[in-house]
Write a protein that binds this ligand. Sequence first.
Ligand code: ADP
Ligand code: ADP
Length: 239
Amino acid sequence: PWGIRLDGVTVRYPNGTVGLRGVDLEIAPGEMVCIVGLSGSGKSTLIRTINGLVPVTEGAVTVGGRRVDTARGARLRGLRGQIGMVFQGFNLAGRTTVLNNVLVGRLTHTPRWRTLVGAYRDADKQIAFEALDRVGILSKVWERASALSGGQQQRVAIARALAQQPRIVLADEPVASLDPPTAHGVMGDLRRINADLGITVLVNIHLLDLARQYGARIIGMRAGEVVFDGPAGSATDAD
Ligand code: ADP
Ligand code: ADP
């Protein structure tokens, strides 16, 4: 697993809105962190600076000892290959199979001609099957993604991230569109990935109860700043 470090990171969007304000943060390799805060507090900006999706106005972002904010081209693609992403809206290709969706996680490991004709190697398919098995939906491998429930679709997205064999998984509101029991199931999967595979996991979540239950560490954000940072047991609504 890789650690993550932000040093004095400020993000100002082109329209002048400040997404992050001088954030200093250190996340050790193998941590399971939940980031909580109201809508607009900067959670998503924080996650997107870590995989280089948002330009940093000031400061430095370091992932696995490598600068992300100044990385470009092949170097940036290489870093992103080590970071699995999970989104609120699943971002699956609904019309194709679960297997094909998970194989997307193998793209950067596969010669281009193979991806164009869909001739993935058996070893890559095996990695996809194992990822699906880990999140409990191997039986859905030949289904169309759009035929699955929301919870199952999010598990496909987690399996796709796992198929990358990433060092870090970043999840941006992964349970915001799921009902409470399903949300528990998905948070449990994320926690297991952290515990069993040792992958560093960061989850944005606006529900403090779930964050406390599944995160070992809670980071609270407000108006682009970190206003709370501590072990899950110590986080209260007042924070
Ligand atoms: P959260 O994930 O906690 O809802 P965000 O990181 O999405 O918070 O947003 C932080 C602030 O940055 C908000 O004021 C939001 O409106 C603003 N913001 C987010 N993305 C953009 C963007 N692409 N352009 C301009 N402002 C943005
Ligand atoms: P789907 O098939 O739609 O993906 P899930 O498999 O995610 O639905 O369902 C989640 C299951 O996990 C539910 O049956 C729920 O009872 C159970 N569960 C696990 N942990 C908890 C918890 N802490 N609180 C409530 N339900 C939980």
